[in-house]
Design a protein around this ligand. Structure first.
Ligand SMILES: C[S@@+](CC[C@H](N)C(=O)[O-])C[C@H]1O[C@@H](n2cnc3c(N)ncnc32)[C@H](O)[C@@H]1O
Length: 206
C-alpha cells in the first residue's frame, strides 16, 4: 500500500474510532491535561482527540507528520474555542525555537516515532526551564514475562501493519536517560487490550 493511502486511511480511522478509544482514557487524560496552562505543543496530535481536555484559553501548537490529520483536526477544534496552529512535521525535528513552550504533550505517539532518543531530546529542547513534558503511552511488558516474549515475537509484523507502532518499546527508560530534572510516573495495565496493556503516564520537568 502506498504511504499516501496508508496515511489517508489512518487519519480516517483515527477520526472515526477515537471517541470509542477515548472512553478508556477519559479520566486519566482529564487529570493529566485539564490543568495545562500557557503554551502547549502536542506532538502526534492526530485528529485532535485531546483538545477536549484542554482549557480553551490555551494556545496549542499541533505537530503531526500525517498531513491528512489536519482536516479532521481543524473540524474538531471548531467543537470548542481552542486556538490551534498545525505544523506538518515530526518529533525528531521540532520546528520551534529552544525554550519555546510551557508544556509538551504526547499520548500514544512515542511507540511510533522513528527515533525515540532524538524525539525526547527535541521535546526537552523546546521546553522552557521548569516546563513539563506530559506523557501517556503504551510500553513493553516487564522483562521475563510471557507478554514481553509475545510482544517481541509479534512486533515485526505488528509494526508493519500498525504504521510503525512498536509493542515492545522501553519508553520509560529512555525518558529517564534524557536528563529531565524530575520524573513522576505511574505504570499500570489496562483491563483490556492484551498486547498493549502495559501503560505509563506522568510528567517530566526540564
Ligand atoms: C495512535 S496516533 C495518536 C494520536 C493522538 N495523540 C491521540 O492520542 O489520539 C499516533 C499519532 O502519532 C503521529 N506520529 C507518528 N510518528 C510521529 C513522529 N515522528 N512525530 C510526531 N508524530 C508522529 C501519527 O501520525 C499519529 O497521528
Amino acid at each position: 500500500m502506498s504511504t499516501k493511502l496508508h496515511n489517508l486511511l489512518f487519519a480516517y480511522t483515527m477520526n472515526k474510532f477515537s471517541d470509542n478509544m477515548e472512553k478508556t482514557f477519559y479520566d486519566r487524560k482529564k487529570k493529566l491535561l485539564s490543568n495545562v496552562k500557557g503554551k502547549v505543543v502536542e506532538i502526534g496530535i492526530g485528529t485532535g482527540a485531546n483538545l477536549k481536555y484542554y482549557d480553551e484559553k490555551i494556545e496549542v501548537t499541533c505537530i503531526d507528520p500525517n498531513p491528512y490529520m489536519q482536516k479532521y483536526l481543524n473540524k474538531n477544534s471548531k467543537k470548542g474555542n481552542w486556538k490551534i496552529k498545525f505544523i506538518k512535521g515530526s518529533s525528531e525535528n521540532i520546528e520551534l525555537p529552544n525554550n519555546y513552550t510551557d508544556y509538551v504533550v504526547s499520548t500514544h505517539v512515542l511507540c511510533s516515532v522513528n527515533d525515540l532518543e532524538k524525539s525526547l531530546l527535541e521535546i526537552k529542547r523546546v521546553l522552557k526551564k521548569n516546563g513539563k513534558f506530559i506523557f501517556l503511552e503504551h510500553v513493553c511488558a516487564n522483562t521475563g514475562t510471557k507478554l514481553k516474549k509475545v510482544q517481541d515475537l509479534i512486533n515485526p509484523p505488528w509494526k508493519y501493519i500498525a504504521l510503525g507502532c512498536n509493542l515492545n518499546r522501553d519508553i520509560l527508560s529512555t525518558i529517564r536517560k534524557t536528563g529531565f530534572k524530575k520524573l513522576v510516573f505511574e505504570k499500570y495495565n489496562l483491563d483490556k487490550g492484551s498486547l498493549v496493556k502495559p501503560h505509563i503516564q506522568g510528567y517530566a520537568i526540564k
